[in-house]
Design a protein around this ligand. Structure first.
Ligand code: NAD
Length: 488
């Protein structure tokens, strides 16, 4: 599937001059090839606060990933800021403060006309004096919002909430105000291909790895996420997915999003087990051949995930061929859209069984060969969050998937197992090609980034979630939707 928004720059300029209500989406800066340690080369990062170990972990992570770092914190801890400066970062002038300081720091950190994307990392702080703390914190949000609104295309605003905001009423109010701000800000920033995310932090290392991913090109189509970065019992989060030699199953992977995920995982060095129904054998063979042609490892298992025998066949094949499994992408899914009046019992049950029931069957069959620290990714949909006309069966199944991910995460936490749901929005695949043209156009207009996503966008997110980079992320739902104007 092609990104139908990659317009020739001259055509784009011409269309922008036409006095018609045409909104042209900004081309997104996506990643290519295997995830590099230096994903942020060619970008800038500006931090508004460097005063403790969390701030330092964030600054050092983006700096190691290749971003040119500037600190705009007149009252920053000189020992900590010094470490960032020693590694090539710079300090904005001591008088610099929000918001002018952020803007001038962005301008000063590059040559005139520099359009390199900026990651603006704002630690939402709790100023002294609890009666004024909420106002001070919300005023600072407006200041960083002003700065974020002037950033070059494909920039990010990351709002970081530390542990000190937990446990009392003032902290809870500041947290809620920040989350509300972000839910509106991402809709404004999206039209320039930029994004705003909230990171609630329990573990600094996990937050640093998450921030680096969100700042980078693998998160180009993500917008408006609100995530918790936790300590993982499987070890510290790493700067890359570290999937070399890992055994990963992807269900429904003959084509579309599943095939893109399988190809991305193989590129990262994983041994990929591709499942799909027997009728998709030819498409699956193509996907396997493409992976092998690039030097990757892939096998095909023909099985219907919605049946007990199909789930068992998948587990048997992987046990015999690899002996264990390190990750599972439960991706197979179908639609049988009907209004309630016309929905048959068969259409209802089929969708619930393939999209949701199958995950339980496959996971149960794989349980004896699941490695400690394994990660499960469950494919949901924004329709499981917002609902949609004519999709009661699909929404029910995809909403149950989100809860299933939460339950698996709770059950597996002590063994270092993780589970997360991905909720794609409008992604260009064979499934969405069946949508009426008018619905496709509406879906683009309802997206803050004014464009559909590509299977690669979901694949990049799945790769992050199944790998070591996301070790502090579990039990959560991550929308991959360019910032849909409804839902979540
Ligand atoms: P797709 O129809 O292109 O591919 C789905 C694959 O699943 C097909 O190869 C199909 O043969 C396989 N499959 C169906 N039933 C199966 C079964 N019983 N056992 C094994 N394999 C089976 O769909 P897609 O657009 O690539 O979607 C992939 C996943 O993403 C689905 O779960 C879908 O609900 C979800 N999703 C997609 C979008 C989108 O915009 N495309 C949006 C939200 C969610």
């Amino acid at each position: 599937m092609q990104d139908d928004w990659s317009l020739n720059p001259n055509v784009r300029k011409l269309l922008q001059r036409v006095p018609l209500p045409i909104s042209l989406p900004t081309p997104l800066r996506r990643g290519q090839g295997r995830t590099a340690v230096t994903e942020l080369v060619g970008t800038r990062a500006v931090l508004t606060h460097v005063r403790d170990a969390l701030d330092l972990a964030l600054a050092q992570a983006v700096q190691h990933a290749g971003a040119a770092v500037t600190i705009v914190d007149a009252a920053g801890d000189t020992t900590l800021t010094g470490r960032v400066v020693d590694a090539g970062g710079q300090l904005a002038p001591a008088t610099a403060d929000l918001p002018g300081g952020v803007l001038s720091a962005i301008a000063a950190s590059g040559a005139t006309g520099d359009r390199r994307p900026v990651t603006l990392i704002h630690r939402v702080t709790r100023p002294h004096g609890s009666d004024v703390a909420v106002n001070d914190a919300t005023d600072a949000l407006l200041a960083v919002g002003h700065a974020a609104a002037s950033l070059p295309p494909n920039s990010r605003l990351l709002l970081v909430l530390g542990m000190e905001l937990r446990g009392d009423a003032t902290g809870a109010l500041i947290t809620a105000a920040t989350q509300g701000f972000a839910r509106s800000a991402f809709k404004e920033l999206g039209k320039t291909g930029s994004a705003c995310h909230v990171i609630r932090v329990e573990d600094a290392q996990a937050a640093a790895a998450l921030a680096t991913f969100l700042a980078g090109p693998r998160a180009a189509f993500l917008n408006g996420l609100d995530l918790l970065a936790q300590k993982s019992l499987a070890g510290d989060a790493a700067p890359t997915p570290e999937l070399d030699g890992k055994v990963v199953l992807v269900t429904g992977a003959a084509r579309g999003i599943g095939a893109a995920i399988a190809e991305r995982l193989a590129l990262e060095g994983a041994h990929v087990w591709i499942n799909d129904i027997a009728q998709s054998q030819a498409a699956a063979a193509d996907t396997v051949a493409q992976i092998r042609a690039r030097g990757g490892q892939a096998e095909f298992i023909a099985a219907d995930v919605g049946t007990l025998s199909g789930a068992q066949a998948i587990a048997d094949a992987i046990r015999q061929g690899a002996g264990h499994v390190d990750g599972v992408i439960h991706n197979a899914g179908i639609t049988r859209d009907r209004t309630l009046r016309k929905m048959s019992v068969a259409q209802w049950r089929q969708v619930l069984q393939v999209n949701f029931g199958a995950m339980h069957l496959v996971q149960t069959a794989l349980a004896p060969i699941l490695q400690p620290g394994a990660s499960m990714v469950l494919m949901s949909s924004v329709m499981g969050i917002s609902g949609n006309f004519g999709q009661t069966n699909y929404s029910a199944s995809k909403s149950a998937v989100i809860e299933l991910a939460r339950q698996w995460a709770c059950e597996g936490f002590a063994r270092g197992l993780r589970a997360n749901a991905i909720a794609p929005g409008f992604i260009l695949t064979d499934m969405t090609a069946q949508m009426p043209v008018i619905n496709r156009e509406m879906a683009k207009q309802l997206t803050a980034m004014l464009q559909p996503g590509l299977p690669l966008d979901v694949a990049d997110l799945a790769c992050f979630l199944v790998g070591a980079q996301s070790r502090g992320v579990t039990g959560q739902v991550l929308r991959c939707d360019g910032g849909m104007a409804f839902g979540a």
